[in-house]
Design a protein around this ligand. Structure first.
Ligand SMILES: Cc1ncc(COP(=O)(O)O)c(C=O)c1O
Length: 460
């Protein structure tokens, strides 16, 4: 019989974790191991009688330095990937030790209450309607899915149709109206919800990637019946934010549902300096955001918020005879998310918010925006560099020598050199380096070192 508390094993995991975190800031940022190299370490026929746990942990750790990407480190600027605040990593260890199934109050009262309180804090921080309902999901993808599922329920119910009972076959047509710059996860959400990606109406975006309100007005004037509009707070390339007040006013006049994908941009609401950019976001019907991005909690952690909690609940809840569901004030998380059994992912959000406080979250937002501006300013000093976007949040788009091949070469060389890591993109048919400053630990010095490394690659 194995020991119930195996201190040696936990100590071993602790040691490996500390070693990983200590070396993270100074290591080669990109991964260096090939698939073959990793298979050599890890592939073996599954043994009959198993192996010693410590040996398994040591083996896992042996591939970490070359096989992981230092996404949690301070000079990783790829995609939009946050790191992990120390308090959030620590709270995540507790989440695993507790191993709560956070689907039902009956299965874990503490998780239910922590998520209830974290929900209240988030509504306060984002200054969204305090009666909205909140769900903790795996990420922006599932937050978008859940917000749109609530929207699908609400607009069809208003048309006298219960989609949860009747399904989509035979339902009134729902118009889906997206910005031409909608994130790809909006499309996958629509697919899961039974709305074909070719059936959507696209609204033109401006040169920064913001939905054009005048174009939305025209599109909505041409549609009738149940309608869902998706806006965006934080374009994945430029960081730009749609004109939300205008969009919300037009959408409301039309009686449509407005969903805002604010995977990282919604956090701008926590900063007094950036609030005006998000003016009117509070008028939407549902919002998606990520805690694993700007709040810097470990993967995976997304948040959905819905104004109409009845529609939110109707689109997610399930029941069965054997479940002990609450009929009282207690919160059953399965009412608000697509998952049934689930990790207690609200713990890390609770811990991060409590440790930071409102001012701490505001500084986190402002600091990363300042670091992004610093990066843009350092790079644009070089005559061959063009910054393609207005740096309003944490995203910077960079082009080298006004040349696609050169830009792609600079990205590849900088990745290989290892001081920092950024990916590429195509913006308005031009190749560009995409820099996303999303890690709590990124210092001015990290930006200076990274800008130097990028410019070195550009001058080669
Ligand atoms: C605007 C936007 N929406 C949605 C997502 C998807 O979020 P996730 O990767 O957490 O599912 C992203 C990811 O970068 C994003 O930038």
């Amino acid at each position: 019989m194995p020991q119930f508390v195996d201190e040696k094993l936990l100590q071993c995991a602790h040691d490996h974790a500390l070693e990983f975190l200590r070396t993270l800031p100074n290591r080669h940022v990109g991964a260096r191991a090939t698939r073959d190299e990793l298979l050599k370490i890890y592939r073996t026929p599954l043994s009959d009688s198993g192996e010693d746990g410590k040996r398994v942990l040591d083996l896992l750790a042996s591939g970490a330095e070359r096989g992981t990407v230092a996404t949690a480190g301070p000079r990783f600027f790829g995609f939009v990937i946050g790191g992990s605040l120390p308090v959030a990593v620590a709270a995540d260890w507790i989440t695993s030790a507790w191993d709560q199934n956070a689907g039902l109050f009956a299965a874990s009262p503490i998780m239910s209450v922590l998520e209830e309180v974290a929900s209240e804090w988030l509504l306060d921080l984002f200054d969204l309607p305090r009666t909205s309902s909140v769900g903790f999901v795996t990420g922006g993808q599932m937050a978008n899915f859940t917000g749109l599922a609530a929207g699908r329920d609400a607009v069809l119910r208003r048309a006298g149709y219960n989609v949860e009972e009747q399904g989509l076959i035979g339902a009134p047509q729902v118009n889906i109206v997206l910005s031409a710059e909608a994130h790809i996860t909006i499309y996958s959400s629509l697919r899961l919800l039974g709305f074909g990606s070719k059936k959507v109406r696209l609204v033109e975006a401006d040169e920064q990637g913001r939905m054009r309100a005048d174009a939305l007005r025209k599109v909505l004037a041409e549609t009738q019946g149940p309608t869902i509009v998706c806006a965006q707070a934080g374009n994945v390339n430029t960081g730009s934010i749609d004109p939300l007040r205008e969009i919300a006013t037009i959408t409301r006049d039309r009686g449509a549902w407005l969903h805002v994908d604010g995977a990282f941009g919604l956090w701008g609401r926590a900063s007094r300096d950036r609030r005006t950019l998000l003016d009117g976001v509070e008028l939407a019907d549902s919002w998606a955001t990520d805690a694993h991005k700007w709040l810097n909690v470990p993967y995976d952690n997304g948040i959905v918020i819905v104004r109409d909690s009845a529609a939110h609940r109707a689109s997610m809840t399930v029941s069965a005879e054997y479940l002990e569901q609450t009929a009282g004030a207690e919160r059953d998380e399965l009412d608000w998310v697509p998952e049934f059994s689930r990790r207690g992912r609200g713990i890390t959000v609770y811990a991060a918010l409590r440790a930071l406080g409102k001012k701490g979250v505001e500084s986190l937002v402002d600091d990363l925006c300042a670091r992004a501006r610093q990066m843009a300013d350092l790079l644009r000093k070089d005559k061959g560099v063009r910054i393609l976007n207005d740096v309003v949040l944490n995203q910077v788009l960079v082009r080298f020598g006004d040349d696609d091949d050169k830009t792609r070469r600079v990205i590849a060389d900088a990745q290989k050199e290892g001081t920092c890591w950024m990916a590429g993109t195509t913006w308005h048919r031009m190749a560009a380096m995409r820099i996303s400053v999303s890690n709590w630990a990124t210092s001015e010095d990290d930006i200076a070192r990274s800008a130097e490394a990028i410019l070195r690659a550009a001058r080669k």
